[in-house]
Design a protein around this ligand. Structure first.
Ligand SMILES: [Zn+2]
Length: 231
């Protein structure tokens, strides 16, 4: 199915994955909604160790449809639009003082096999291309150490317990040692906190995470200056 979807994107006149309008992959109106208003959107009860989290949009409507089309239905041609949303969010959130690693939250092996691609890594790579001239480097250095149960249907504490120690760094700690985590959606923050813990255990500072969308409401917040010490 996913190969078919990618082929159809090439062969057929495209339709906007957000609203169905013919002629474009993502129409200007849906692009604007996807970009949303980059702002801090922390969960109501942030788990310990969760970095500051900024997102472009609420996880609903157009943003949700575009993310699902890309993630679950093989519409990989949407990656540049989603990457542009991440890039705009990073520009709004961070004042870079030194080079920054963009670290995608890894998919599980089972999810990779089912989807046939790694949607978060693909979006993060698109964001780095969009951020040409910025001191950012794609660094897919976090990997899952063990299998974790499906997060759907778990409470926030259950999610945190499910993910404790689930991630490790692949190889040597990267340098520069300041990372921004990237994910598609933030819900309870358990995944981002667990991935941040793996980076911090290796001495990498994680002052910020960015996602395309968030289930939490936006709130006002100050821009993040990238730290030079692990934190
Ligand atoms: Zn549209």
């Amino acid at each position: 199915m996913r190969v078919l979807a990618a082929l159809l994107d090439l062969l057929l006149p495209p339709r906007c994955a957000g609203c169905g309008r013919p002629g474009v992959l993502v129409c200007p109106s849906c692009t604007a909604r996807l970009r949303g208003v980059p702002s801090p959107r922390l969960p109501e009860h942030p788990p310990p160790g969760l970095p500051e989290v900024w997102s472009g949009a609420a996880y609903a409507g157009v943003a949700r449809r575009l993310l699902l089309a890309h993630k679950e239905h093989g519409r990989t041609a949407l990656a540049p639009a989603l990457g542009a949303c991440l890039a705009a969010t990073l520009r709004a959130a961070l004042t870079p003082r030194s080079p920054v690693l963009l670290v995608p939250v890894p998919s599980s092996g089972a999810a990779l096999r089912r989807r046939g691609h790694d949607p978060v890594r693909r979006m993060a790579a698109a964001a780095v291309r969009d951020l040409a001239g910025w001191p950012v480097v794609l660094a897919p250095v976090v990997r899952q150490r063990r299998r974790v149960a499906d997060q759907a249907g778990l409470s926030a504490p259950e999610r945190a317990a499910n993910l404790a120690g689930a991630y490790v760094l692949a190889g040597e700690p990267p340098r520069p040692a300041v990372a921004v985590l990237v994910d598609d959606v933030v819900t309870t923050g358990a995944t981002l906190a667990a991935a941040a813990a793996a980076l911090r255990a290796a001495g990498v500072a994680v002052p910020l995470a960015i996602t395309v969308a968030a289930t939490a409401k936006e709130r006002s917040g100050a821009r993040v200056r990238n730290a030079t010490r692990p934190g």
